[in-house]
Design a protein around this ligand. Structure first.
Ligand code: PLP
Length: 409
């Protein structure tokens, strides 16, 4: 028989969200009242969007779908790196010309592109991640055999950079690997922290010094409201020499199911050997990806028109409104928390307690699902992530139920 890819064995430690779903189901099965309207479980656990597509953006996709049903409007496979018009609009509108259209490639989402980007560097590359961080950076790296694989309690070759209250959720940059990859996410999932311009400049400077490449995940950039906070790594000019940026329409336009994102690989970005990373990125995309759906790309174009931009703003405002309610409820309980102002996540601290134990307590007392911080990395221990993705009525009800934690906090 064919042997299993050992890298798959290395990631069988389990993915966080299936485990949460399993515990939720187990709880529901033994608590019949959760099947009633009053006792139903409310999720503030997963970063999935809940609100419907907005009018103008939805209409853009409907129009394209109808066009595809006509002889004149039909198109099959599209341009390999995405519709040039969409690449141009992203460069002009979202990056104000700081990147060129040829440097933007259109994807079926940021997660998929993170997986494909990992092919650029292959097995053996040293990897650093913020700790806690979005699980795909570590699991995807292990899957391609980077970082040496699993070694009982942690992944060899992966440097975890703790981001805690003590360091203002910004890592110690002296620990960046040399000639390695650094994943950095801002606004951060799960902590909700947003790096300042000064912090990003120091990150870029450290990466350049170490000849390392930053993979900057800006999937939540559209939630930033503070004009002083950078929305892109390319707001730091030198980042063009050391950073790739991935981003997405998933959260600002509700495209988690539609699937549309993009990646920026600057033309001047080079490997140690001097070859162009952008050229290899094109090669990978044309080899293992056949382009994003033309209907989704029409939605992306509509999202970047004036009406679409307004709709994305109001959708992100809605989730930020939820975040404000959750933060207020936690603060009322004297639970120490950060995030939520410029991001859809609130990171709450339960000193001295185990994340999964707090998760279980909130589920049992409030019938609210959250995400245990430790699932995002060891530095997430004793934290819980609250997600602001939810219907307003559910969020309000969840906040009311959180009052039941009063006795313990
Ligand atoms: N990056 C981060 C930090 C995320 O939290 C998520 C989704 O939750 C993604 C990327 C995935 O985005 P997409 O839906 O575009 O694949």
């Amino acid at each position: 028989m064919v042997k299993r890819n050992p890298s798959i064995t290395n990631i069988t430690a389990g993915y966080l969200f299936p485990e949460i779903a399993r515990r939720r189901q187990e709880y529901a099965a033994s608590h019949p009242e959760t099947a009633t309207a009053k006792g139903r479980i409310i999720s503030l656990g997963i970063g999935n969007t809940t609100e419907p597509l907005t009018t103008h953006i939805g209409a853009g996709m409907v129009k394209e779908a109808l066009m595809l049903g006509t002889e004149a409007g039909y198109s099959g496979y599209g341009e390999d790196m995405g519709l040039m018009k969409l690449r141009e609009e992203i460069a002009a509108i979202l990056y104000q010309g700081k990147v060129k259209a040829e440097e933007v490639s259109i994807s079926d989402g940021a997660k998929c592109d993170i997986g494909r980007l990992q092919l650029l560097f292959g097995p053996g590359v040293d990897v650093a991640v913020q700790d806690p961080s979005y699980p795909v950076y570590v699991d995807g790296s292990v899957l391609i055999g980077a970082a040496g694989g699993w070694e009982g309690s942690g992944y060899k070759g992966i440097t975890y950079l703790p981001c805690t209250a003590e360091n203002d959720y910004f890592p110690d940059l002296t620990r960046l690997p040399r000639n390695g990859i650094v994943y950095f996410c801002s606004p951060n999932n799960p902590t909700g922290a947003v790096a300042t311009r000064k912090q990003l400049s120091s990150l870029v400077e450290a990466a350049l010094q170490k000849d390392s490449i930053i993979i900057y995940d800006a999937a939540y950039a559209e939630f930033i409201r503070d004009p002083a906070l950078p929305k892109s790594i390319y707001e730091i000019a030198e980042a063009r020499q050391c950073a790739i940026e991935v981003s997405s329409f998933s959260k600002p336009a509700g495209f988690t199911g539609v699937r549309l994102g993009w990646t920026v690989v600057p033309l001047e970005l080079r490997y140690h050997s001097g070859e162009s990373i952008n050229a290899d990125w094109n090669r990978i995309c044309t080899t293992v990806f056949n382009g994003a759906s033309n209907i989704a790309q029409a939605g992306g174009l509509a999202a970047l028109e004036q009406d679409g931009l307004r709709e994305m703003r109001s959708l992100t405002n809605y989730y930020l409104g939820n975040a404000k309610l959750i933060r207020a409820a936690l603060t009322h309980l004297d639970i120490d928390c950060v995030g939520g102002g410029n991001s859809p996540y609130i990171w709450a601290r339960f000193p001295g307690r185990d994340s999964w134990e707090v998760f279980a307590e909130i589920l049992e007392k409030c019938q609210v699902v959250t995400t245990p911080g430790v699932g995002f990395g060891p530095a997430g221990q004793s934290f819980i992530r609250f997600s602001a993705f939810g219907h307003r009525g559910d969020v309000k009800e969840a906040c009311r139920r959180l009052e039941r934690l009063k006795e313990t906090h």
